[in-house]
Design a protein around this ligand. Structure first.
Ligand code: HOZ
Length: 442
C-alpha cells in the first residue's frame, strides 16, 4: 500500500457555512432535513451541506473535498455526475420533464430490467422504493387472499405503515421501537421473524401459514448494516413460501444491479415471485419499480382490480437516467472492479484495526460493507445492535474530520462506486489508521 498523508486531522474541517445553513434549514424543515438519518443524530456533530458531487467526491459549501461512501445511499453506482448519465439527462430534459402519459423510454427500461432479472416478467414503475414495496405487498395480498406479511427484524422496506415493525435504517438509528402513528391493526398483520433463522420461520408458518400472504426480505440485508444471508437462507425462504402458498418478495432496492447486473437473485440463484427495485435503476433520480410473475402482476389496474397509480411514475428523466446507468453497467468487468475495491477497503480496515488493538468485524458483500465494532460477527439484527455504536460514532467523526464521508449511522452500508479509485481507498485507509489509533488511546 502506498504511503498517503492523512488530511487535516488536527483541526478538522471548516464547517461555518454548513452550520449556518443547518440552523436556517431547521426553521423551515423538520429537523432541518428531509430524511432523518441525514441529521447526524446518532453520531453527533452537524450535517455537511453539499454543493456538488463529482465522481467519488462530494464538495461541501465550506469548500471541503470529501471522499463519498454514501453515494446517495447506493443509488450512484457510477459515482456523481457521471458524464454518460448527465448527457442522457440533458438530452431528455430538453423534451420536457413530465407528461403523465406513456413514453418509449419506460418500455426500454422495463425490457432492460426483465432481461437482467427474468423473474420480473411484468414491471410497474413508481417514484420510490417505499412506493414499490407497499404496492408489491398490496398485490401479494390480493393474489393470495391473505393479510399477513412476514418481515425480518432489521430489514428496512421503506416507511409504509405495516413495514415499520422492528425496522432497520433510520428507525434503528434513532432507536425507535416502531413508528408512532401506525394503527395497531396494520402492525398486527406484520409478523417479525429473525434474519438467517429458518427454524423460527418454520414455527411462524406452522402457526399462521394459512394467513400469510408473503415473506418480504432484503436478500442481503443492508439496513442493519450489511448482513450476509447464510448459505441456505434464501433457498429456505423459497421452500417455506412454496409449501404454504405464500409469495416470496425480494426487496432489491439496494442490491438490484449492485451485487451483479442481475441482483442478489442471480448471485444466490433464488427466484422470487415479486421483486422491488429503486435507486440504481433511476441513475440518481427518484424512481422505484416492482415486478414479478405475470399472473400476479396482471392483477394490477388497468388489467386487474388492484389499484396503484402515480403522476410521476415512469418519469422521463428518471427513465433516461436509469437507461444510461444500466447501459454503462454492462461494460465488462465493472462488478469485478467494484468487488476488488471493496475487498481492498474491507481488508485494509480489518488489518489496521487489528494493528491498533481495536476489535472490528467488517461485513462485506460485493461493493457494500459495514464495520461493526466490538463484535466477533454479525448475522442478524440482535448481533448488529450488540455492536458498539458509540465506537462507530467516534470512528465516523474521526473520518469526517479527515475528509472521508461515511454513513452517519451504524445501521447503513458503505457503498463503493465505479468512480472510486485505489487512491481513494488508500487515502481512506490512511485516515482509518489515524482514527483507530486515536480510538485506542482515548
Ligand atoms: N433510509 C435511507 C437509507 N437506507 C436514508 C435515505 C436518506 O437519508 O437519504
Amino acid at each position: 500500500m502506498a504511503e498517503v498523508e492523512p488530511r487535516d486531522i488536527e483541526n478538522g474541517l471548516e464547517m461555518d457555512k454548513s452550520e449556518e445553513l443547518f440552523a436556517e434549514a431547521k426553521r423551515f424543515l423538520v429537523g432541518g432535513v428531509n430524511s432523518p438519518v441525514r441529521a447526524f443524530a446518532a453520531v453527533g456533530g452537524k450535517p455537511r451541506f453539499i454543493s456538488r458531487g463529482r465522481g467519488s467526491h462530494l464538495y461541501d459549501v465550506d469548500g471541503n473535498d470529501l471522499i463519498d461512501y454514501i453515494c446517495s445511499w447506493g443509488a450512484l453506482i457510477l459515482g456523481h455526475a457521471h458524464p454518460r448519465v448527465v448527457a442522457a439527462l440533458k438530452g431528455a430534459i430538453e423534451d420536457g420533464t413530465s407528461f403523465g402519459a406513456p413514453t418509449e423510454r419506460e418500455t426500454v427500461l422495463a425490457r432492460m430490467i426483465t432481461d437482467a432479472l427474468p423473474s420480473m416478467q411484468l414491471v410497474r414503475f413508481v417514484s420510490s422504493g417505499t412506493e414499490a414495496i407497499m404496492s408489491a405487498i398490496r398485490v401479494a395480498r390480493a393474489f393470495t387472499g391473505r393479510d399477513m406479511i412476514v418481515k425480518f427484524a432489521g430489514c428496512y422496506h421503506g416507511h409504509s405503515d405495516g413495514l415499520l415493525a422492528r425496522a432497520g435504517s433510520g428507525v434503528a438509528t434513532l432507536g425507535l421501537p416502531d413508528s408512532a402513528g401506525v394503527p395497531g391493526a396494520y402492525t398486527r398483520s406484520t409478523i417479525v421473524a429473525v434474519y438467517n433463522d429458518l427454524d423460527r420461520l418454520d414455527r411462524i408458518f406452522e402457526r399462521f401459514g394459512e394467513r400469510i400472504a408473503g415473506i418480504i426480505v432484503e436478500p442481503v440485508a443492508a439496513n442493519m448494516g450489511v448482513v450476509m444471508p447464510k448459505p441456505d437462507f434464501l433457498q429456505g425462504l423459497r421452500q417455506i413460501a412454496d409449501v404454504h402458498g405464500a409469495l416470496l418478495i425480494f426487496d432489491e432496492v439496494i442490491t438490484g444491479f449492485r451485487l451483479t447486473y442481475g441482483g442478489a437473485q442471480s448471485v444466490y440463484g433464488v427466484s422470487p415471485d415479486l421483486t422491488c427495485l429503486g435507486k440504481i435503476i433511476g441513475g440518481g433520480l427518484p424512481v422505484g419499480a416492482y415486478g414479478g410473475r405475470r399472473d400476479i402482476m396482471e392483477l394490477i389496474a388497468p388489467l386487474g382490480p388492484v389499484y396503484q397509480a402515480g403522476t410521476l411514475s415512469g418519469n422521463p428523466l428518471a427513465m433516461a437516467g436509469g437507461i444510461e446507468a444500466l447501459n454503462t453497467l454492462q461494460t465488462p468487468n465493472v462488478y469485478k472492479q467494484l468487488d476488488g475495491l471493496a475487498a481492498y477497503l474491507a481488508q485494509g480496515l480489518e488489518n489496521l484495526a487489528k494493528k491498533a488493538g481495536v476489535k472490528l468485524f467488517v461485513s462485506r458483500v460485493g461493493s457494500m460493507l459495514t464495520p461493526f465494532f466490538d463484535v466477533e460477527k454479525v448475522s442478524d439484527y440482535k448481533s448488529a445492535v450488540s455492536s458498539d455504536t458509540r465506537q462507530y460514532a467516534v470512528f465516523f467523526n474521526q473520518m469526517l474530520n479527515q475528509g472521508i464521508y461515511l454513513p452517519p449511522s451504524q445501521f447503513e452500508a458503505f457503498f463503493i462506486s465505479l468512480a472510486h479509485t485505489e487512491e481513494d481507498i488508500e487515502n481512506t485507509l490512511a485516515a482509518a489508521d489515524h482514527a483507530f489509533n486515536a480510538m485506542r488511546c482515548c
